[in-house]
Each structure stands twice: as C-alpha cells, then as structure tokens.
Design a binder for this molecule. Structure first.
Ligand code: NAP
Ligand code: MG
Length: 417
C-alpha cells in the first residue's frame, strides 16, 4: 500500500442514501483506496444524519466545498410525505442539491458517458453533448393568473414602479376585446423575470467550462420574437464573451456560437457532439431529459455543479435507486450500475489533482475512466447496459462483481498497490 498516490488537500466527500450509499463504500474500498491514499473531509448527507442535525450537515458540506473548492456527492433522498414517515423525520428538508446550489450559486453541467456497444439513438452523435442549464428564474419563479369568472374581460398589464414612483406599463392582453359567447374574454397570463447578474454568472460558468474542457459553446434563445427578454440573454452572453473570453477561446481553437433556439436544436441533432449547449432554464429542463434518453441511460450520465467562483461539485445524475435498495435489504445481489458514481469520483479527483499539481492523481482518474469503459467494452456490464449493448459477447453481472472486475483490470494496467 506504500506506493499509493498521496493527496495534499482534502476532497469534500458528501455521502448519501440507499443503494448509492452502498455502492459509494464499495467504490472507495475496491477501486479507489487500493490506489489512492484518499484524503477527504467527510459529511454524511444520509437522511438520518440530516434529521440529527436539522439539515445543518448539508449547509456545512456546502460551506466546506467553498473552503476547499472541490466536492463529490452521493445521491440523496429528497424527502416527501412517504419518506417523512419511513425515516421518522421532523421536517420535510429541502433537496440537498437545491441547498448546495443555492449556497454555491452554480450552473449544472450534465454529460453522458459514451462507450462502444451502446449506441445513441442519433447515429451521428460520436461525442458527448453537455447540457448546461440556467437554474434560476423564468417560469420557475413566475406569477400566473387565470382570467375567468369575475376576471372575465380583464385588461391585463405589466406594470413596473420604480422606488421614486416612476411607472411604466405594457399591455399584455385586453380580454374585453374578446367575446363572452366564444369565451375569448377568458384565458391565462404569466409574468416571469430574470436578473442580470444571474444571467452573467451563467454565461461565465458556461465559458469557464468550455475553456476547462476545450469544447465549443452553443447558446440559443428566441430573440427575434422576444426582443427584450431573450435579447437580454443574448446581449449579456455577448458582453461576457467579448470582455473576458474571446482571446482564450481563440487560443484554444474553440468558438462561442449563438443562434436562434430552433436552429440550435436542429444543429445539435445533426452534429457529432463534443459541444457544450447552454440552455435557458426551461429549455435545459426539457432538453437534458431528451439528450440523456437519446444517449441511452440515466445511469450513464454525470453531473457537475460549477460556481462562478470556480467551486466544483461532482455527482451522478441519477437518484438513490430505491427499488434496488429494497432488493439489497432482502439480501439479493443487485445489478445496479456504478459508472456515473465512479465518474463523479474520477471527475473530482482529476479536478483536485489539477488544482494541486498532482499529475499522478490526474493520471489515475483518467485511467479509472478509461478502464471502466474498457471493462464494459470487454462485455462485463450491469443489467441496464446489458439490455442496451449491441456487443456480441456480453455478460450481465451484479454491482460487486463489476467493481471487482474493474479493480483487477486497474491493477493490470499499472500503478497497482
Ligand atoms: P432513481 O434513483 O434515478 O431510479 C429510477 C430508476 O432508474 C431505477 O429504479 C432504475 O430502474 C433506474 N436507475 C437509476 N439509476 C440506476 C443505476 N445506477 N443503475 C441501474 N438502474 C438505475 O430515481 P427514483 O427511484 O425516482 O428516486 C429515488 C430517490 O432518489 C428519491 O428519493 C429521490 O428524491 C432521489 N433522487 C436524488 C437525486 C440526487 O441526489 N441527485 C436525483 C434524483 C432522485 P429499474 O428499477 O427499472 O431497474
Ligand atoms: Mg426535466
């Protein structure tokens, strides 16, 4: 064990719940600790500990990520009424991801993991497409009204009143021009907003990530129709790019490309991938599910939260895989896919290595990813991939067998303990 890679700065480790918690400890024991002397600052975000601390542990973990710069997180339960009963909770704690995102003010980038034998539904997609979703504002923080009953025929306006009293209004719709016979004096209205600094920090996060991963950045909005709202997004992206990133992008040979959202959608489908697609809040919500499905499996999707200050939190995009956990509790071996969680660790170790100048650690993280994919490409895989894989020789194994196989392959490719 003496030649294990040493770390100099702790990685913030956020443990979680259910099946992913079980897999978390196996990953550490079987494929990390034999090679790396893991130095982590450990936070248990499992639901019992969140209850114990009144969710204080989640905030403490988010603060630790701010202190050290890099965190790795296991999937966690977001409590609902059933979970409150199941775990005897005294409060319906917020989703840990929402708490951490609010503390770090970050953008989430989701990237599919691609391997031979599992082909995306879009045959031209050779490389991953990373979706960056702006997780603030728009319809997720909007106000809506139904115009009916005693509001029939209402005149609806947007009104802005400055603190000094200056007022500007814009007509949304005058329902009184509709007819009560056809019901066109009734309907729905929506008011939504965003704020300049959030749009700017979203733009910066996307451009930083593009530089980090040396991939071009695409962004689309509908500024031909929405000449003020969508236009503001386009202008802020342009300003941030011109002021802070243009030269760096040129040096790296990558581009920032803006087009109308419908044109971007069409180009993404025709592309070979290998790009970062910055999406407005709603577009990202919808398109990330489409891209994940088209690439094959949610269990092969990684997710990283990047803050404008450059803090990183890596995780798998899937949840705690509750159904498999109940099987596990009955003593059955489950074939739960650990790949996205392995890539969360490799992503975090790689980032730690880059920040601390530990090239051995970066090399190990790259090797861990390559050998994980090679193991699947040799035909050893969990049930979800077995159902998708087109390899002629394939074998469905349980999670632990997969990890043991991976550990053997890692030892055989050098750097063994
Ligand atoms: P889930 O854990 O993502 O699992 C849904 C289904 O997807 C599973 O039952 C399984 O399908 C399949 N699946 C997901 N990950 C898999 C993997 N690694 N290997 C194989 N199959 C996988 O979603 P959920 O069951 O709806 O949610 C469970 C808990 O996770 C909830 O309490 C939720 O709050 C939480 N959650 C947390 C996060 C997070 O921490 N980031 C994200 C989402 C959900 P089959 O059953 O067909 O095998
Ligand atoms: Mg969605």
């Amino acid at each position: 064990m003496s030649d294990r890679i040493k770390m100099t700065v702790p990685l913030v480790e956020l443990d979680g719940d259910e099946m992913t918690r079980v897999i978390w400890s196996w990953i550490k024991e079987l494929v990390l600790e034999p090679f790396v002397e893991l130095t982590t600052e450990y936070y248990d975000l499992g639901l019992p500990e969140r209850e114990q601390t009144g969710d204080g542990v989640t905030l403490a973990a988010a603060e630790a990520i701010k202190r050290y710069g890099v965190g790795v997180k296991c999937a966690t339960i977001t409590p609902n009424a059933e979970r409150m009963a199941e775990y005897g909770l005294s409060a319906m704690y917020k989703s840990p991801n929402a708490t951490i995102r609010a503390t770090l003010d970050g953008t989430v980038f989701r990237t599919p993991i691609i391997c031979r034998g599992i082909s995306p539904y879009i045959p031209t997609w050779q490389k991953p497409i990373t979706i960056a979703r702006h997780a603030f504002g728009d319809i997720y923080k909007s106000s809506e009204l139904r115009i009916s009953d005693d509001l029939r025929g209402a005149k609806v306006e947007l009104v802005a009143t400055a603190p000094g009293g200056h007022r500007v209004s814009a007509l949304v719709n005058d329902f009184s021009t509709g007819s009560s016979d056809t019901g066109s004096d009734m309907g729905v209205v929506l008011g939504m907003f965003n704020i300049d600094p959030s749009i700017a920090s979203f733009a910066r996060a996307c451009m930083n990530f593009a530089v980090d991963t040396r991939q071009s950045l695409w962004f689309g909005a509908k500024d031909t129709i929405s000449k003020t709202y969508d236009r503001r997004f386009r202008d802020i992206f342009d300003e941030v790019f011109e002021h802070s990133y243009k030269q760096r992008f040129a040096e790296l040979g990558i581009e920032y490309f803006y087009s109308l959202i419908d044109d971007v959608v069409a180009r993404v489908i025709r592309s070979e991938g290998g790009i970062i697609w910055a999406c407005r809040n709603y577009d990202g919500d919808v398109m990330s599910d489409m891209v994940a499905t088209a690439f094959g499996s949610l269990a092969m999707m990684t997710s990283v939260l990047v803050s404008p200050e450059g803090y990183y939190e890596f995780e798998a995009a899937h949840g705690t895989v509750q159904r498999h956990y109940y099987q596990h509790l009955k003593g059955e071996a489950t074939s739960t896919n650990p790949v996205a969680t392995i890539f969360a660790w490799s992503g975090a170790l790689k980032k730690r290595g880059e920040l601390d100048g530990l090239f051995e650690l970066v090399d190990f993280a790259n090797r861990l990813e390559a050998v994980t994919l090679a193991t699947i490409e040799q035909g050893i895989m969990t049930g979800d991939l077995y159902a998708l894989s087109k390899l002629p020789q394939k074998q469905k194994v349980d999670t632990k067998t997969f990890l043991l196989e991976l550990a053997t392959n890692l030892k055989n490719t050098g750097g063994a303990s």
